[in-house]
Design a protein around this ligand. Structure first.
Ligand code: 26W
Length: 864
């Protein structure tokens, strides 16, 4: 417990009005802007003086105007970046009008909103997306071309907004797109990291990390909102104070203060007036910070302190999965959550008639994993300490407000903060944790009297080893709904991670299978296929992906098949050019493009893929005439900078791949390309060109996967285990249109229980043994012994934790089936078309509707 101070004279903080917050009065300018709302969209924007109604000409004059008046550029000397900024601003003008209108309608009608809390948003580029959303794509393309500019070149000037690690961050971005497209009142909250996910380069096959200073030259999409700056407290200590009725009135004192400045990114729905916001906080030191040190003569010290305040939003943690327990990360989590809650309270309490009584009716907060779960404690603290609201009422408001999505079962990814750290950074919140826990323990005692084991697993405090706060347990008890991200994942969540809570809170756990936005992952990234689909079934699929079922009837049509495959080939030719320029490797668009793109992690088993490549290479060396379908193995993946084994796997793929690529003995039948710096904009280039999608995680380890959905939508066939959403993809496309192999979850569990011995497999499978030995030798790295020692060691001495050897033979056999299937061009085309036609379920629009109906109880609010 914290060091407590008990002052001799009890002090009482002024009891606040139970149902009103002492918040600043509504900003009159803001109310003025919301009051006389009229549908005036585009009046100024689309009819600049002296121009015509022709959208291309309107766009051209807007671009030229921004080039001159905003960028001070002569058209003759404008760089691609200038053109990109000017065009973005031209589009943004209209988006801002819609954004103002949307917010006005939401405010005036005091609508219920959902707030998505996420430490990560992998937005990628906004240019093409916003042009498509607002129906100005063609106009902008023609306008730029009429000004002598190459549209693709201009598009490439945009730096990806890479404020996330992987699936969880990209899911948040897809959700924002669907929320706006479906007219749901929603706001995303997160951190305005100055440095996003590191840039990756390869040197001699090794991953090198470089800072991603994405914002260096500014971002035309964002608007800074200094007027909504928030203050948050951290550190300090709790004074235990009692009021004159003996009630505990703790005071959190001697805190440090941080300022949060909001940066707003508009999120334009597709084909609708709705424009929602993504509000990201950057941290600043307060003036007080400076003053104190300045007064004591420490000017330089003051500036240094200020810099410390500003490091909070400096950098995205590049880890997915393993939590490293760093203090700065906890501070980031609290900082953004505290700013966001204050912003929500400001919005709620400025509306006449709103009170705490209707707070949970107007506010629904979705926690993207446990990373923002400290919000539960912060709302409790505000209610208890600042509003003097009784515990039961406070807990009721809080639990009705929050819902939690779990994204992983991996134990090393479950956040656990040391109690000592919590005590230092958030001492009052730790007290609240203990108070919540006492009630949880009470509920467990009633349910299972005298059962200490049940108490141990349900406790918010992990007593094993160093004491830790279990954020997942906090999230489960502090939320009214908990969801997994695929059917299988949700079942495992209930069975393995939270079986006691599932009994304690029946109905709280539910499934929401992930989805992807068809706007980015088909319409924008694959214009050829999009145009073909629209030509056959109309463009309704863009907002209703189930309509792709209308393509099923063409699956056996020879003409349709050859058109479909011609598009795939053209996309492959485009990707071949990227591979040439990025990797220096020549590949043929006629080869089978076999794609594995995702974070580099042992459980995702890029090394299983590598072992198969080595097997094929070895067979070809032994028999150069062997008839195999020519293949290009395409990888893209970043490894967490501190994850040595993952980096060793990258090196192995790069080095072995380079050897294969230059070995004339195999006649160019195999090629390996590891594209550096995987990011959203690169994914958009790879996915439309894929023939085969590698989804080969150890069953039970991949919560859902979303790359699997993107690839299937673009007509790639999946080779995969029965893991995550692969299970549901199989249900949709049919068993005959997917390549499933390997152990099931039950088989994995049974083998683990029996005692898994990778050495037995090594001894009994001759080819496997030869490959593993090859990997352990210095064949690929002459003179550098043990270059892949980490990888080789993990497979044998390390016990092969993800059972790569156990699935190796089944994987090779399945790959042989793929090889045979690819030779049947018409059969392959049919399967590919059926994949595109049948994955409508995986639209994030469907996912968002399910969240809205089952968890948020949220209705669409169409603007106009
Ligand atoms: C450092 C702590 C930490 C721990 C876990 C950071 C990030 C995580 C995430 C849970 C990692 C992640 O992105 N999970 C992925 O979420 C996707 C969206 O639901 C799923 O499709 C993936 O299967 C899951 O791995």
């Amino acid at each position: 417990m914290p060091p407590v101070v008990k002052p001799s004279t009890p002090r009482v903080s002024e009891p606040a009005q139970p149902s009103r917050l002492p918040l600043p009065a509504a900003n009159p300018a803001e109310l003025a802007s919301t009051a006389p709302f009229a549908p005036l969209i585009y009046t100024a924007i689309h009819h600049p003086k002296g121009s015509t109604d022709n959208p291309t000409e309107v766009m051209r004059s807007l671009i030229q105007r921004h080039l001159v008046s905003t960028l001070a550029r002569h058209t003759g000397s404008a760089t691609p970046r200038d053109w990109w900024v000017a065009t973005s601003l031209a589009v943004r003008d209209g988006i801002h009008e819609r954004m103002i209108a949307t917010q006005a309608v939401h405010n005036i009608h005091n609508v219920r909103r959902v707030y998505y809390f996420s430490l990560e948003y992998l937005i990628g580029r906004l240019f093409g997306n916003n042009l498509l959303a607002t129906g100005q794509y063609e106009a902008a393309k023609e306008a730029l071309e009429s000004l002598g500019q190459d549209f693709e070149h201009i598009r490439d000037a945009e730096v990806d907004m890479g404020l996330g690690n992987g699936g969880l961050g990209r899911l948040a971005a897809c959700f924002l797109d669907s929320l706006a497209t479906l007219d749901y009142p929603a706001l995303g909250y997160g951190i305005y990291y100055e440095f996003g996910l590191f840039k990756q380069a390869f040197i001699n096959g090794h991953q090198m990390e470089h800072p991603d200073n994405w914002i260096l030259f500014g971002d035309p999409w964002e608007v800074v909102r200094p007027e909504y700056t928030q203050q948050v407290q951290l550190y300090g200590r709790v004074e235990n104070v009692f009021d004159d009725r003996g009630n505990y009135r703790p005071r959190w004192v001697d805190t440090k203060t941080l300022l949060g400045v909001p940066h707003d990114i508009p999120i334009a729905g597709y084909g609708t007036e709705t424009v929602n916001l993504l509000r990201l906080w950057s941290s600043k030191a307060t003036e007080d910070f400076d003053l104190a040190a300045f007064n004591s003569g420490g000017y330089v010290e003051a500036v240094r302190e200020k810099a410390v305040g500003e490091t909070v939003s400096k950098v995205l943690y590049p880890n997915d999965k393993t939590e490293n327990g760093k203090e700065l990360r906890l501070v980031q989590q609290y900082f953004f959550v505290a700013c966001s809650l204050r912003d929500i309270l400001r919005r709620h309490f400025r509306t006449p008639g709103n009170s705490w009584d209707n707070f949970a009716e107007k506010v629904s907060v979705q926690l993207n994993d446990t990373h923002p779960a400290v919000a539960i404690l912060e709302l409790m603290r505000i209610l208890l300490d600042e509003q003097n609201i009784a515990w039961e009422t406070a807990w009721d408001v809080t639990t009705r407000t929050f819902a939690y999505t779990n994204h992983t079962l991996l134990p090393e990814a479950l956040e656990k903060w040391s109690v000592a750290l919590f005590q230092r950074v958030l001492p009052r919140h730790l007290q609240i944790i203990y108070d919540i826990n006492a009630r949880v323990m009470h509920a467990v005692e009633i349910q299972w009297p005298g059962d200490n084991e049940k108490k141990r697993v349900c406790s918010l405090i992990d007593e094993s080893g160093g004491k830790g706060v279990r954020m997942a347990n906090l999230a489960v008890v502090g939320c009214h709904a908990v969801n997994g991200v695929a059917e299988l994942h949700t079942a495992l969540l209930k069975k393995h991670l939270f079986p006691e809570f599932d009994l304690l809170y029946p109905g709280k756990f539910q499934n929401k299978t992930n989805g992807i936005t068809p706007r980015r992952w088909l319409l924008k990234s694959n214009p050829r296929l999009s145009a073909m689909i629209t030509g056959r079934i109309g463009d309704g699929w863009i907002r209703d992906l189930d309509l792709l079922r209308g393509l099923e009837k063409f699956a056996g049509d020879a003409e349709f098949q050859s058109e479909f495959m011609a598009i795939k080939r053209a996309n492959k030719a485009d990707l071949a050019a990227v591979i040439k320029s990025e990797c220096g490797v020549d590949v043929s668009p006629d080869a089978l493009f076999d794609v594995q793109i995702k974070r580099l992690h042992e459980y995702k088993r890029q090394h299983l893929n590598l072992l198969h490549i080595m097997a094929l290479y070895r067979r070809l060396l032994q028999n150069p005439g062997l008839d195999v379908v020519p293949r290009v193995f395409i990888f893209a993946a970043k490894a967490a900078p501190g994850y040595d084994l993952a980096k060793n796997i990258i090196r192995a793929i790069n080095v072995i791949g380079a050897r294969i690529n230059t070995d004339a003995r195999i006649g160019g039948k195999l090629k390996v390309a590891f594209l550096p710096n995987y990011r959203v904009s690169l994914a958009e280039k790879i996915i439309p060109a894929a023939d085969l999608s590698e989804q080969i995680s150890t069953a039970g380890k991949e919560a859902s996967g979303t790359g699997n959905m993107k690839l299937a939508l673009n007509g790639a066939l999946t080779i995969g285990t029965l893991d995550g959403a692969n299970v549901e993809i199989r249900e949709e496309v049919g068993d005959e249109n997917i390549f499933i192999f390997g152990m099931t979850v039950d088989e994995v569990e049974a083998l683990r229980a029996k005692g898994y011995k990778p050495w037995d497999l090594y001894h009994h499978d001759e080819e496997l043994r030869a490959i593993v030995d090859w990997l352990g030798s210095d064949y690929f790295t002459p003179g550098e012994h043990g270059a892949f020692g980490a990888l080789h060691g993990s497979l044998l001495h390390g016990g092969d934790p993800f059972m790569v050897l156990a699935d190796f033979r089944a994987y090779c056999d399945c790959q042989a089936k793929v090889d045979r299937a690819y030779r049947d061009t018409a059969g392959w085309a049919r399967m590919a078309i059926l994949n595109t036609a049948r994955v409508g379920k995986f639209s994030s629009d469907r996912t968002i509707r399910e969240y809205a109906n089952d968890i948020w109880k949220l209705s669409p609010v169409p603007i106009r």
